[in-house]
Design a protein. Structure first.
Lengths: 304, 212, 218
């Protein structure tokens, strides 16, 4: 009996030790730092994590306390986390966010960066706001292998309409329900595939499936270097279904202040599609650590 | 691989800490809850089968589903690690309550009778006689539950919480072997050490079993 | 608790790809294959170790060692090494299944009432006959209980196949999560739990049929 009590006491003490240095502080610690504290989240693909890390380090350089909660999931999931306060900042894409927040789809004729931004500001959830957007864009694409393009004479998404019912497409599972996804493809272009394989959002499963021919059309992201490496062909989007996709910080108003806005606006000013693509390649191809690449971006652009 | 470890020691260390916390707290909570529950299932015979069947069903609910639903049921935030802790506690109880019940049932009735004859009342008999005898079986169940929990925590990485599981998912998104390998190895090591600790504790508190 | 996905008859149409019956079929497929491979590997080894008593260290500890491999991590590892397909899933699930089958076949053989085995030898049975006609049938209850345990684990864990782009009921969980359709996730959880119960009942029935009535089945 005594031994049992001793064992239990030992176990409880060990938990107590663990509880002191609680690595899972749910609420960001009340901070005395001038910039306050921000919890940065990201989606479940490398570029989102890279951008989130760049934001995080830029904020830390200005004295803001940052908690990182990366790799949450698709937009449908992390927007909920933003709304319940689990995270307060994340990198977004203006067009995709607008499409996600507009139950009736993006209004017709809205596709340029400024038009999208103006519409976006009208539909943001209560308590959130967007900061300055950058010129860097990463769009959803429909990409095919070089062979498929030549065989079916594909240059634009419109060309897909005739052959789509014989083709298998693949990408993230969320693509099936999105306006900037299978739903919109059907409504705007009349494109319906034979089958859609839910794999990963612009990730290696999808890239490899396209390479191996398991799928003929892939939803890849435009900054993905594997498109160039594998000589894939990105189909043009003449009707602008995928609109503009400028990188833009989405933040809870309560976490925003002058320091935060200043730091993030500076980052947005320096981000371009070219440098985003090349830094992303360092992560995806060279397998460099995201924190290291983010640091390089900031120091090379005088932001650290 | 060693290079990956040295370059990313902070992330790995944080993942390890988070993983430990998420796996161990449910074990302790689950153990504490299973003891009375298992006892009740033995004390009131009619409770045994319904309880065991309920636990069987609970155990077969996929962990990802539970992680996703608990915020809805408990009202916790979507990313709160409490969801993982509660889910794993449920699994631990589902496993251990049955083990406790079976362990207590397996105590030789002759011994129980002897204890009663010696003057033990029900509660002292439970604590001084039945429980210690059932301990090897219960601790065997604890070992299984611990190892199982350590493995289940990593499923949480599919929703952004998950200790060492984060190493798997990040590595997988880049098709990068090293982090996945390190995550798996560390997870196995963690489970092995936890298992060893329980075995040592068992040796310490049940010396009579060594005589066999 | 939104049951709309579960109750929608369109989702139960066998002809529609990705419908629940099709997912159940692929899910059971992974389960059955894994159990088969696991049994083929673990049963003979466990029985042999239990019968001869040699190498019992392996049998006892392979159990816990195998259980400590995180299935999701193992699966991602296998896909990264072997590419997309059924093989990585099969390997990961078989690894999951081997420990309980190994441990229980060992335990079943080891914990026989040896007086009965002696009696059989005394009756003049040859070693092969003792093994086949006495030891195996007596070990059956424990072995089957381990098998049922393994089956339950695989049914619940085969949901991970969806995380690497394959089918199975995990599809409802992963896709439901990605498109924020809670009713789909709920449907996945309910169907998996129900399937696990059904598989267990089915195996219990088999157990009742093949375990000799003379033995107290577990």
């Amino acid at each position: 009996m005594k031994r049992i009590v001793a064992a239990v006491a030992m176990a409880l003490t060990l938990t107590a030790c663990g509880a002191d240095s609680d690595p899972l502080a749910d609420e960001p610690a009340a901070s005395g730092a001038a910039g306050g504290s921000v919890t940065v989240g990201s989606a479940n693909f490398p570029e989102s994590q890279l951008l989130a890390e760049i934001y995080s380090q830029a904020l830390e350089a200005k004295g803001v306390t940052v908690t990182r909660k990366f790799n949450i999931g698709a937009r449908e999931v992390y927007l909920k986390a933003l709304q319940d306060g689990s995270i307060s900042l994340l990198p977004e894409y203006n067009g995709a966010l607008l499409a996600a927040l507009s139950p009736n789809g993006v209004p017709a004729g809205v596709s340029s960066p400024d038009a999208v931004l103006a519409e976006l500001k009208k539909v943001l959830p209560a308590g959130t706001e967007v900061l300055a957007q950058s010129s860097a864009e990463d769009k959803d694409t429909l990409t095919v292998s070089a062979e498929t393009a030549t065989k079916n004479n594909l240059k634009t998404i419109e060309d897909l309409k005739a052959v789509a019912p014989t083709l298998i497409a693949g990408g993230g599972p969320e693509f099936t329900e999105r306006q900037q996804g299978l739903k919109g493809l059907k409504e705007v272009y009349g494109v319906e595939f034979k089958e859609y394989k839910p794999l990963d959002p612009g990730g290696p499963l999808t890239v490899n499936a396209l390479k191996d021919g398991d799928i003929q059309v892939a939803n890849l992201f435009s900054t993905d270097s594997s498109i160039v490496t594998n000589k894939f062909v990105t189909l043009e989007d003449p009707k602008n279904l995928f609109t503009s996709q400028n990188v833009i910080p989405l933040i809870r108003t309560e976490a925003n202040n002058a320091t935060v806005t200043g730091a993030l606006d500076a980052v947005s000013g320096k981000l371009t599609t070219e440098n985003l693509t090349s830094y992303l390649a360092q992560v995806q191809v060279d397998k460099k650590d995201i924190a290291v690449v983010a640091k390089a971006f900031l120091s090379e652009n005088g932001l650290s | 691989m060693i290079q990956y470890l040295t370059n990313n020691s902070e992330i790995v260390w944080q993942a390890l800490q988070e993983h430990l916390y998420l796996a161990l707290v449910p074990i302790l909570l689950g153990f504490a809850i299973s003891l009375p529950l298992g006892y009740l299932a033995v004390r009131f015979d009619w409770l045994y089968h319904p309880l065991i069947n309920t636990f069987g069903v609970l155990y077969s609910i996929p962990s990802l589903a539970l992680f996703v639903f608990l915020p809805v049921i408990l009202g916790t935030k979507v990313l709160s690690p409490i969801n993982v802790v509660v889910a794993l506690t449920i699994y631990t109880v589902a496993l251990l309550a049955r083990t406790v019940a079976d362990g207590l049932r397996a105590v030789d009735p002759v011994v129980v009778q002897a204890a009663t004859a010696m003057g033990y009342r029900r509660s002292r008999r439970l604590i001084d006689v039945e429980l210690p005898i059932a301990l090897p079986v219960i601790l065997a169940g604890l070992r299984v539950a611990t190892v199982s929990n350590i493995s289940l925590v990593s499923v949480g990485s599919l929703i952004g919480i998950g200790g060492l599981g984060q190493l798997f998912t990040r590595g997988f998104q880049l098709f990068y072997l090293e982090p996945i390998l390190i995550g798996v190895i560390l997870s196995v090591l963690l489970a092995g050490i936890a298992d060893l600790i329980i075995v040592l504790v068992q040796r310490a508190i049940t010396p009579w079993t060594r005589a066999a | 608790m939104n049951f709309s996905y579960l109750l929608d008859p369109a989702h139960w149409d066998l002809a529609a790809p990705g419908s629940i019956p099709n997912l159940i079929i692929s899910h059971l497929g992974y389960t059955a294959l894994a159990l088969l491979c696991g049994a083929v590997i673990a049963l003979p080894v466990g029985l042999w170790i239990g019968h001869t008593g040699k190498g019992s260290f392996i049998a006892i500890n392979a159990g816990n060692a195998g259980r400590s491999l995180p299935t999701l991590g193992l699966l991602m590892l296998m896909v990264t090494l072997l590419g997309l397909g059924l093989l990585p899933v099969l390997i990961a699930l078989t690894v999951l299944v081997i420990p309980p089958i190994l441990t229980s076949s060992y335990a079943g053989m080891r914990n026989l009432d040896h007086r009965v085995v002696d009696a059989a030898r005394g009756m003049g049975m040859r070693p092969w006959q003792v093994l086949a006609r006495v030891e195996l049938p007596m070990a059956l209850p424990v072995m089957l209980s381990g098998f049922r345990n393994a089956a339950l684990q695989v049914v619940a864990t085969a949901t991970v196949a969806a995380a690497v782009g394959l089918g199975g009921l995990g599809r409802l969980l992963i896709d439901g999560l990605a498109v924020n359709d809670y009713s789909r996730v709920l449907a996945g959880a309910i169907v998996v739990a129900a399937l696990a119960v059904l598989v267990d009942l089915f195996l219990a029935l088999i157990q009742r049929l093949i375990v000799s009535p003379g033995l107290k089945g577990s």
